[in-house]
Design a protein around this ligand. Structure first.
Ligand code: 13P
Length: 251
C-alpha cells in the first residue's frame, strides 16, 4: 500500500494512478497474488474512485485517517461512513504522524479501528517505536503495548482481516531502513505472536503484516523474503511510479 501522506492534489493523483496501472500492466502484475492499494489525501479520493471504477482498474484505495465518530459537530473530521460511500477498502489508523502531531493515543487508535469496521472498512493499523525507545532496547514492550491496546475488544474475525503495519519511526522518511532481521523480529516475534496469543494460530496466520519505513526498490526484496512480512506500507517511494511499480513486482 502506498501512503501518499499530504502529497499530490486530485489531478496529480489521477495521473499517478493511471501511470501506476500502465506500469503494472506492462509488468503483467498478478493482482490476485499481490494486492496494490493507494492511500491518497481525502480530497483526491473521489477522483481516484472515478478513475478506478470507470476504467475497472484492479487497484484498491483508501484513506489515511478517519474520525472515531459517525457524524455530527466535529469540524474538519471525516467519517468512515463517507469513506465507505466513496468505495474505500482501507483506512490507515494510528500512523505515527497522527500519533505525534495529533496526539492520537492508543485508546483513540482502538476507537478508530472499531469505527473503521463499523463502516465496513479494513484498517491498516500502524505501530512502531521511536528512536529513543529502540536505543533503550524497549521496542518489544512498546509495540506489544500498542498491539494489545489497538486490538482491545476486537472480535476474532476482525483480527483476522485487519492489516497491521510495523513502522519504526526512526526509519520513516529517514532513508534508514530497519534491517530485514530487525523488521521480521518485530513483525513475527511481537505483532504476529501477540495476535496468536490473543486469538490463536488460524487468526495469526490470516492477519496481514506490513513493514514500513524507507522501503524502496533496492531494499524491498530482502524485506519481503522475511517469513513474517507479508507486504509493505510505502511512503516516499510510492510517489514515484517507477519505484512503486518495481516494488510491487518484487513483492
Ligand atoms: P517512507 O516510506 O517515506 O519512509 O514512509 C513510510 C510510512 O510512513 C508509510 O506509512
Amino acid at each position: 500500500a502506498g501512503n501518499w501522506k499530504m502529497n499530490l492534489d486530485h489531478l496529480q493523483a489521477t495521473h499517478l494512478v493511471q501511470k501506476l496501472d500502465w506500469s503494472l500492466r506492462d509488468g503483467k502484475h498478478d493482482h490476485g497474488a499481490v494486492e496494490v492499494a493507494v492511500l491518497p489525501p481525502f480530497t483526491d479520493i473521489r477522483s481516484v474512485q472515478t478513475l478506478i471504477d470507470g476504467d475497472r482498474l484492479p487497484l484498491k484505495y483508501g484513506a489515511q485517517d478517519l474520525s472515531v465518530h459517525d457524524s455530527g459537530a466535529y469540524t474538519g473530521e471525516i467519517s468512515g461512513a463517507f469513506l465507505a460511500k466513496l468505495g474505500c477498502t482501507y483506512v490507515a489508523v494510528g500512523h505515527s504522524e497522527r500519533r505525534e502531531y495529533h496526539n492520537e493515543t492508543d485508546a483513540v487508535v482502538n476507537a478508530k479501528i472499531k469505527a473503521a469496521y463499523t463502516h465496513g472498512l479494513t484498517p491498516i493499523f500502524c505501530c512502531g517505536e521511536g528512536l529513543e525507545i529502540r536505543q533503550a532496547g524497549e521496542q518489544v514492550a512498546h509495540v506489544l503495548g500498542q498491539i494489545e491496546a489497538g486490538l482491545d475488544g476486537l472480535p476474532a474475525e476482525q483480527a483476522a482481516s485487519i492489516v497491521i503495519a510495523y513502522e519504526p519511526i526512526w526509519a520513516i522518511g529517514t532513508g534508514r531502513t530497519a534491517t530485514p532481521q530487525q523488521a521480521n523480529d518485530i513483525c513475527g516475534g511481537v505483532v504476529r505472536q501477540t495476535v496468536r496469543e490473543l486469538y490463536g494460530e488460524a487468526v495469526a496466520d490470516a492477519t496481514r503484516i506490513l513493514y514500513g519505513g524507507s522501503a524502496n526498490d533496492k531494499n524491498i526484496r530482502e524485506l519481503m523474503e522475511q517469513p513474517d512480512i507479508d507486504g509493505a506500507l510505502i511512503g516516499g517511494a510510492a510517489l514515484k511510479v517507477e519505484s512503486y511499480g518495481e516494488m510491487v513486482r518484487v513483492t
